[in-house]
Write a protein that binds this ligand. Structure first.
Ligand code: ADP
Ligand code: MG
Length: 635
C-alpha cells in the first residue's frame, strides 16, 4: 500500500530539505572562511535554525508558561540553545533538524498504520436503497443514509454494494464476500431466508433484504465503535512508559545540570574553556536522554499488533488485552456454539401419548422467544407458521431450558434437571444426542409429554484449535458445558481437550473459572456469549465467538472473533506474543544504545553529532521494528 503524505507532512519535508541544505552550505563556508567573525555565523545559522525549529521553540515556550517543563521539545530547545551559547552553531541546527526528521518519520508511520487499519475496517456503508410502497401499490426506491432505515424495512442490495444493515434475504440469490469482517476469502452463497451481515460485500446478485435492526444496532456500527475505542485501553507497558518518561526526563535534566556545573567547580572555576567543555558534554547528555523512541514505539507496536489481528477477523478491544493474552496459560472453552457448530439438527421426536407434530408444536411455541441454539433448531424443524399469540409468560432458565404458558397451560421444555425440578416422570432416550424433554403441568401435577433428540456437530476447526494452542505451550485446555456427561466426554476426547466438566449451570461455569484463577492460572475464556457473559467478564481475557449475532458477547468480551473460528484463539496468542516481544526489543535496544552514548558523552568521547544520530537512529529503528507487529505469517 502506497502512503500519500498529508499537507502538514509535506510542509515539514520541505522545511527539512531547506534547513538541511542551508546547514550544509553554511558549514562549508564556516570551514573555508574560518576568519570571518563569529557573530556573522551566528546570524547565518540562525536562519536554518528558525526555519526548522520555530514550532519547537514556540511549543517549548508555551509549555514553560503553562508549567510543563519537561517534555522532549523542551529538552531539544534547551540543548540547541545551549549549543548556540557554547559556539557550536551547526550542532545547534542539527539537534532540531534531526528531531524534526524523527517526528516526521513517526507521523508517517502512525499515519500508515492507521490507514491500513482503516482500510481493513473500510466497512462503513454510505447508503441504503430503501424500498417504499406507494398507495397505488407501486414500489419506489430511494437512496437514504443507513441511519434513516427503520427496522423491518425492505432494502435492495445490488452487486458491488456494501450491505448497509443486518437482515434476512427475502428475494434473490447472491454471493457475499465477508473478508472485511472475517478474513475469510471464500465468498459464500446466500438465498432467501439467509442472514446477511452489514459491512460485508454483495458480489453477484441483486437481492432484497428485510432489515432486522437499526443502523446503530448493526454489526458494522458496533465493530466500528469497538475499533475506535480500542486505543483508550492502555497496556501496562504503555502506562509504565508514560510514568517512566515522567520521572526519567527530570532526572536527566538535573544530571545534565550537575554535569555542567560540578566538574568546572573543581577543575577551574575561572577557566572558560573548561566550562564550555562540560556544558558541551551536558548538552550531549540532554539530547541523548530524549525518551521519544520509547514514547513513540511502544504504543505504535500495540497499535499495529491490533491492526494486524483485525486483518484476520480478530478484534482486540485494547492493548491491555493484547498483553493479557500473551501471558495466558489456560484456555477455557464453552462447548455449544464455540467448539460445536451450535446449529442442532432434530434427529427424532419421541412423543408420549400425543402425536409427533403436537409435541414439536408445543416445543417450538415454548422456544419461540429464545435465542438459544437449541431453540433456534427446534423452531427451524417446525415448518409451519407459529402462532406466537398462543404463548404467554415465557421464562428462560439458563442452562436448563424454558417454561411458557401455551393456551393457558404451563409447559416445561428442557433437560433432565429441569424435569426433576418440576417433578415430571421423564426417562433417558436410547439415542445419543442432546435430549429436550417436554412436560405439561395441570392442576399441580406434571405430565411427561416426551422428548426431542437434537444433535450438534463438532466444528471441523476445533481439533486444530486445541492442537495449535498445545503447540504454543498452552497445554491446559478446559471445556465447560451444561450438556450431558456422555456428550461432553465424546466431544472432549475427539478434539483432545485436556479437561472437561459437564452438567454445569451458568453460575457453575463462573465458579470453575474463579477456581482456576484462584489456583493462579492466567485464563482465557472462549464462549459464544449465550448465557456465558458473566464468565467472559470474569476471565482474564474473554474471547467471544458469534460476533455475528449476540450483543451480549460483543459487549462483555475483550476480544471478538468475527467468524467463530476457534483456531483464531491460537492466532491471537501468537500475534500478542510477537507484539510483546517487539515491545521488549524496542525498550531494551533504545535504553542500551542511549546508556552507551550517555556514558561516552559524559567522558567527552561522544560529541553532539553522535548524540543526534544516536537519538534519531534509535527512534527510526524502533519505529521500523514496531511496524513488524502488523505482519503475522499464516500458519
Ligand atoms: P453449553 O454449556 O453447552 O453452552 P447451555 O448452558 O446453554 O449449554 O445449556 C445447557 C443445557 O441446558 C443444554 O444442553 C440443554 O439441555 C439445556 N437447555 C438450555 N437452554 C435450553 C433451551 N432453550 N431449550 C432446551 N434446552 C435448553
Ligand atoms: Mg453456551
Amino acid at each position: 500500500m502506497r502512503y500519500k503524505m498529508t499537507k502538514k507532512q509535506k510542509k515539514m519535508l520541505r522545511r527539512i530539505i531547506v534547513a538541511a541544505s542551508l546547514l550544509v552550505v553554511f558549514s562549508i563556508i564556516k570551514v573555508i572562511f574560518s576568519q570571518i567573525p563569529w557573530p556573522v555565523f551566528l546570524a547565518l545559522f540562525l536562519i536554518p535554525y528558525l526555519i526548522i525549529g520555530y514550532d519547537v521553540l514556540k511549543t517549548a515556550a508555551v509549555n514553560i508558561i503553562h508549567g510543563q517543563l519537561l517534555d522532549e521539545k523542551f529538552l531539544m530547545a534547551l540543548a540547541s540553545i545551549g549549543a548556540f551559547a557554547t559556539g557550536e552553531f551547526p550542532e545547534a541546527v542539527a539537534v532540531i533538524l534531526f528531531f524534526q526528521v524523527g517526528e516526521l518519520f513517526e507521523s508517517i508511520a502512525v499515519g500508515r498504520t492507521r490507514k491500513s487499519v482503516a482500510a481493513l475496517m473500510d466497512i462503513r456503508p454510505d447508503y441504503a436503497n430503501l424500498i417504499t410502497v406507494g398507495e397505488d401499490g407501486s414500489e419506489q426506491e430511494d437512496t437514504v443514509s443507513p441511519d434513516d432505515v427503520p427496522v423491518g424495512s425492505i432494502i435492495v442490495i445490488k452487486p458491488g454494494e456494501k450491505i448497509p444493515l443486518d437482515g434476512i434475504i427475502t428475494e434473490g440469490t447472491t454471493t457475499v464476500n465477508t473478508s472485511a469482517l472475517t478474513g475469510e476469502s471464500l465468498p459464500c452463497d446466500m438465498m432467501p431466508g439467509d442472514k446477511v451481515i452489514s459491512g460485508t460485500l454483495n458480489l453477484t446478485g441483486v437481492c432484497k433484504v428485510r432489515t432486522s435492526g437499526t443502523y446503530s444496532e448493526s454489526t458494522v456500527a458496533r465493530i466500528l465503535e469497538l475499533v475506535e475505542n480500542s486505543s483508550d485501553n492502555k497496556s501496562n507497558t504503555e502506562n509504565f512508559i508514560t510514568r517512566f518518561a515522567h520521572w526519567y526526563t527530570p532526572i536527566v535534566v538535573i544530571s545534565a545540570l550537575l554535569l555542567a556545573v560540578i566538574p568546572p567547580l573543581f577543575l577551574g572555576i575561572t577557566n572558560p574553556g573548561i566550562w564550555s567543555t562540560w556544558i558541551g558534554r551536558a548538552l550531549v547528555f540532554l539530547v541523548v536522554s530524549c525518551p521519544c523512541a520509547l514514547v513513540v514505539s511502544v504504543p505504535l507496536s500495540f497499535f499495529s499488533g491490533i491492526g494486524g489481528a483485525s486483518r484476520y477477523g480478530i478484534l482486540i478491544k485494547g492493548a491491555n488485552y493484547l498483553e493479557a493474552v500473551s501471558k495466558a496459560d489456560t484456555v477455557v472453552f464453552d462447548k455449544t456454539g464455540t467448539l460445536t457448530k451450535g446449529s442442532f439438527a432434530v434427529d427424532d421426536i419421541h412423543p408420549n401419548e400425543i402425536s409427533q407434530s403436537e409435541l414439536l408444536d408445543i416445543a417450538a411455541l415454548a422456544e419461540s422467544f429464545s435465542s438459544h441454539p437449541i431453540a433456534v433448531s427446534v423452531i427451524q424443524a417446525h415448518h409451519d407458521h407459529l402462532d406466537k399469540s398462543r404463548v404467554g409468560d415465557v421464562k428462560e432458565i439458563a442452562g436448563k431450558g424454558v417454561c411458557a404458558v401455551i393456551d393457558g397451560d404451563d409447559y416445561y421444555v428442557g433437560n433432565g434437571s429441569l424435569m426433576d425440578e418440576v417433578g415430571a416422570k421423564w426417562h433417558e432416550c436410547h439415542l445419543t444426542g442432546t435430549i429436550i424433554h417436554v412436560a405439561r403441568k395441570i392442576q399441580g401435577t406434571c405430565e411427561y409429554l416426551g422428548h426431542i433428540i437434537v444433535n450438534d456437530e463438532i466444528k471441523p476447526e476445533s481439533a486444530k484449535a486445541i492442537e495449535n494452542l498445545n503447540r504454543l505451550g498452552i497445554s491446559r485446555t478446559v471445556m465447560l458445558t451444561g450438556d450431558k456427561e456422555d456428550i461432553a466426554e465424546n466431544v472432549a476426547s475427539k478434539i483432545n481437550m485436556s479437561e472437561y466438566h459437564a452438567k454445569l449451570l451458568p453460575r457453575d461455569k463462573v465458579e470453575r473459572v474463579r477456581e482456576l484463577k484462584e489456583q493462579g492460572a492466567r485464563t482465557v475464556f472462549v464462549g459464544d456469549g449465550i448465557n456465558d457473559a458473566p464468565v467472559l467478564t470474569l476471565a482474564d481475557v474473554g474471547i467471544a465467538m458469534g460476533a455475528m449475532g449476540s450483543d451480549a458477547a460483543i459487549e462483555s468480551a475483550d476480544i471478538v472473533l468475527m467468524d467463530d473460528d476457534p483456531v483464531k484463539v491460537a492466532k491471537a496468542v501468537r500475534i500478542s506474543r510477537k507484539t510483546m516481544r517487539i515491545v521488549k526489543e524496542n525498550i531494551i535496544f533504545s535504553l542500551a544504545v542511549k546508556a552507551v552514548i550517555l556514558i561516552l558523552g559524559a567522558f567527552g568521547i561522544a560529541g553532539m553529532w553522535l548524540a543526534v544520530f544516536g537519538d534519531v537512529g534509535v527512534l527510526i529503528l524502533a519505529i521500523l521494528n514496531s511496524l513488524r507487529c502488523f505482519r503475522i505469517s499464516d500458519r
